[in-house]
Design a protein around this ligand. Structure first.
Ligand code: DQA
Length: 153
């Protein structure tokens, strides 16, 4: 039976996602990060989730944000952006938290430049969503909500 208690979920974005809307729109689309935030707040509310939505361009800050999610949230949706491909520190932070972490990419990095095929997160996250654009955030929130809600019998 559901407890009816609102669960807290964090959505974190890595470097350059704050430039969404103007950054290579032919690849990432015209939706701004602020608009993604608004959409996610609405989707989260519909799923009875409380949302913390944040972004940073810094590796250390992203590590700290992941720790904070681990301390206070029931789940994390993480688009680590370029740090996905380079950062042992972000990988270690994901491994250090015990909440479900959904890796999200707007694009499909495997279908882009070869250096994006290196992924330091894929084998330490709970699940991944890639290539669905902004709609991927709704899918990730729904997936996370279903993981967090105990099955009713
Ligand atoms: C990205 C894909 C990464 O390769 C890239 O560095 C980004 C965005 C995505 O959402 O598609 O900044 O994570």
């Amino acid at each position: 039976m559901s407890t009816g208690k609102t669960q807290i979920v964090h959505i974190l974005g890595g470097p350059n996602l704050g430039r969404l809307g103007s950054r290579k729109p032919e690849i990432y689309g015209f939706t701004t990060w602020a608009e993604v935030s608004e959409l996610c707040q609405g989707w989260a509310a519909d799923l009875d989730l409380e949302l913390v939505f944040d972004q940073t361009d810094g590796e250390g800050e992203l590590v700290r944000m992941i720790h904070r999610a681990g301390d206070g949230a029931a789940g994390l949706i993480l688009n680590a952006a370029a740090y996905t491909h380079t950062s042992v520190a972000v990988r270690d932070a994901v491994e250090a938290v015990s909440i479900p972490v959904i890796e999200l990419h707007l694009t499909n990095p495997d279908a882009r430049e070869p250096f994006r095929r290196q992924n330091l997160l894929a084998d330490v996250v709970t699940a991944g969503i890639r290539g669905f654009g902004v709609q991927g955030y709704l899918m990730a929130l729904e997936g996370l909500a279903s993981m967090l809600t105990p099955a009713e019998d």
